[in-house]
Design a protein. Sequence first.
Length: 371
Amino acid sequence: MNQQTMQNLTLFDLLARNWQRPSAIADLRFSGDGSTVAFSSIDGTVAIATVADHEPPESRIRVSNDLGQTTIRPREKPPVPLIATTAFGDGDVPIAAYAHSGFLVGAAGGEVLHLTADGKVAASPVRIDGPIVALDHSARSDTTAVSNGHDVFLARALGDAMQLGRGASTDALAFSPGGRRLACGLGEGLSIRVVEGALIREISFPARPLSIHWSSDGTWLACGLETGGFALVSLADGRADIIAGFPSPVRTVCWSQPVNALFASGAFRIAGWSMAAPPVGGEASGALETGRAGLVLVEAVAAHPEKKLIAAGYADGRITIAQIGARDELLVRPLGSAVTALAWSGDGQHLAVGAVDGTAAIVTFPSQMFK
């Protein structure tokens, strides 16, 4: 490889293993033990990648003796192929991490299927009427929640499913960190229940929630909305504030535990707030100016689990990593297909990426990069 070619390589070229799926990536999940990633596509298939890198960046780094300059050589071998399934439905199917290295998949026929790390599919006793449109699993309580768009069911240890409640357009579900409470999208609103079934409260929003994410301590809920921004709900009093002004639907929200902060996609920059001064009641003092503003929408955000960093994926395919509360950015990929999903591994060494053109990737960073 000549010097000119080397100079044109991006960090994505050097650090990522990427694969091409036949259709757009809808979602992705790391397994509970961090050994695998499942990529779901809009054609109803799921593909599994092994996280372990056979050519880790540390093995390809060289420091010159004369100038002390650090370089990294490109990969020499193609990545281990993905393990792909047949279609579980006509469109994208919900997935959740399950049993260390495996996953649960909600199928169009109403079955909850166990997908192992090696791609084997086993049926579980959990089956409901109609296609499964939402699914979540709590490892802490070994409880699975599923919805067919109207009814919500709970199953413990993948036993028989018990109907929990009925609502309108229930297509978003999320267990609290401890697994004792369940938040369900309820039309243009939200219901919060204890897993035993008692309703805690129902909250109205101006639009349908696209996603639901609990803070790590279970005291807040952030819900990206189809229009109008996102909702921030306090579990202490049930108050819901709408953080508006987003030019695009807020498809992803995430929490940064190292800095106790909240971030959202849907703006022309990485939008974030410190929860020491949460953005409620028009309060703006907690806003965190992170990264650089531009002319392209942020489509996905993911907070590093251990460091004060946030990853962002843009509509033009750009991927950056920014220091929270600072303008500094690391450009991982300058251009490509629009990013649909981002997630960090539990140890913060790997960033999984999904894109509209079917790109599925795992970017593995050298341990010394984020010191």
